[in-house]
Design a binder for this molecule. Structure first.
Ligand SMILES: CC(C)(COP(=O)(O)OP(=O)(O)OC[C@H]1O[C@@H](n2cnc3c(N)ncnc32)[C@H](O)[C@@H]1OP(=O)(O)O)[C@@H](O)C(=O)NCCC(=O)NCCS
Length: 265
């Protein structure tokens, strides 16, 4: 239970955040899946999503051509439009809560899951775009999806994806860069390359700002952006960030200038 915390003002209480806003809850059910049990026997699709939370044992979700293992105290959101079925993957009984989620047409943020990584990494079409996005955080281009997941190695980092129309359209990492919980720093901000320039970036940033203010209790948000990354600089300015300084970075042997930006919230 290493990833559980005791929230402030609680005693003998351990909790772990399993999911965030992801749409409207239509219903919830509890399932006891016996040895070799599961279903449906032929994977099915539908417009709603399933949020599965395993409380005992281990579940295996067949999702398109992927197999996802969900252990005890873990959650997974199954996108209903991908053919899927769910199976017991333990030697005993698996106990699971299933919540039917009707996707919101409005954009919302939900916690990043390792299964999101390949899609996010595919939005960088060349090395320059990759470096503009991630500076020197990865080795060579292209990087493996697992290298993105490996960036979120502590609970001071909060990786979130933006969902719109039941699709992952963006990604943003929020982190506490210091011990001071009033400051949040943004990183890895990106929108699906086929959807840029349509307002998704500014919408995602506004949701992130609300989350920093209302859920994380932050008072200021900072970020660094390469000066040549015009769309990003304009997008940050559009949601209220101001340039407060300039720095430089060595990227692949070249000097790249970076703006430091800040927003008081
Ligand atoms: C930066 C990024 C997230 C912005 O998302 P987006 O969906 O394209 O941005 P939006 O459509 O919401 O535009 C937001 C604002 O920026 C402006 N803008 C966007 N691209 C622009 C460009 N190339 N030139 C001038 N202004 C631009 C828009 O006009 C809009 O301003 P407005 O609200 O005043 O009209 C997106 O372009 C992206 O994913 N870039 C690649 C990854 C990256 O470099 N991330 C930044 C890391 S620091």
């Amino acid at each position: 239970m290493n990833d559980f915390i005791t929230p402030p003002n609680h005693i003998n209480f351990r909790a772990k955040r399993l999911f965030g806003e992801m749409g409207r809850i239509a219903d919830g059910a509890i399932a006891y899946i016996d040895l070799d049990g599961g279903g449906p026997t032929e994977p099915h699709t539908h417009s709603h999503n399933h949020l599965f939370i395993v409380t005992e044992g281990e579940a295996k979700i067949l999702l398109g051509d992927k197999e996802i293992i969900v252990g005890k105290d873990e959650a997974f959101l199954v996108e209903g439009k991908i053919p899927h079925s769910v199976w017991n993957n333990s030697d005993g009984m698996t106990k699971m809560i299933g919540i039917t989620v009707v996707p919101s047409t409005e954009m919302c943020l939900r916690p990043f899951m390792p299964s999101d990584a390949a899609k996010i990494m595919s939005w960088n079409k060349d090395k320059r775009a990759f470096r503009l996005w991630s500076a020197d955080r990865f080795g060579d281009f292209p990087a493996e999806p697992g290298e993105l997941t490996a960036q979120f190695d502590d609970d001071r980092k909060i990786p979130l994806v933006a969902m719109a129309d039941n699709e992952v359209v963006g990604f943003i990492m929020m982190r506490y860069p210091t011990d001071d919980n009033s400051l949040i720093r943004l990183g890895f901000v990106i929108i699906d390359d086929s959807k840029r320039g349509k307002g998704y970036g500014s919408k995602m940033l506004r949701l992130a700002i609300d989350h920093a203010r209302n859920a994380l209790g932050a008072k200021r948000i900072s970020l660094g952006v390469f000066c040549d990354n015009k769309s990003a600089v304009e997008c940050y300015k559009a949601v209220g960030f101001s340039i407060i300084g300039e720095d430089s970075y060595t990227i692949d042997g070249e000097e790249w200038k970076e703006f430091e930006m800040i927003l008081e919230i």
